[in-house]
Design a protein. Structure first.
Length: 135
């Protein structure tokens, strides 16, 4: 709970969910709050470059995104979900009969010093929209 995130998402370009086994509704699919990346971006913005720890972000149970609809990351083995890194997501109890195998490897961002500042990637554009401005 001590790793930090800031509004620039330094250290993670995407949240990736790799399903290595078939995952159905009872196989502990990852729950995702649709659109919660916008709520988290607004929570992170005032913290600047220092950002917030996961503990600080989760202190209120992610209340700012509680109104968001929840979907489950289900699919056949080989399915990959590519998500905004600020999406609120969580595991849930396994109620199925077959094991679930998945991974969340990091996708490291491109060094921002090696690209034009006006060339925002889709994650940066989504964050900027959530904040009502350009980064």
């Amino acid at each position: 709970m001590s790793w930090r995130a800031n509004v620039h998402s330094k250290g993670r370009a995407l949240l990736m969910l790799f399903l290595f086994s078939d995952v159905g509704e009872h196989d502990a699919p990852t729950r995702i709050r649709v659109g919660s990346h916008a709520d988290i971006a607004r929570q992170l913005a005032p913290a600047g470059e220092q950002g917030l720890t996961l503990g600080q972000l989760a202190a209120d149970g992610f209340a700012s995104s509680a109104h968001r609809p929840v979907v489950n990351a289900t699919g056949d083995a080989g399915t990959v979900y590519l998500c905004h890194p600020f999406l609120v997501h969580a595991a849930q109890p396994h109620r199925g009969e077959r094991p679930r195998f998945m991974a969340q490897p990091p996708l490291l961002p491109v060094d921002p010093d090696n690209r034009p500042p006006a060339d925002l990637n889709p994650v940066e554009r989504a964050t900027a929209r959530a904040l009502g401005r350009m980064l």
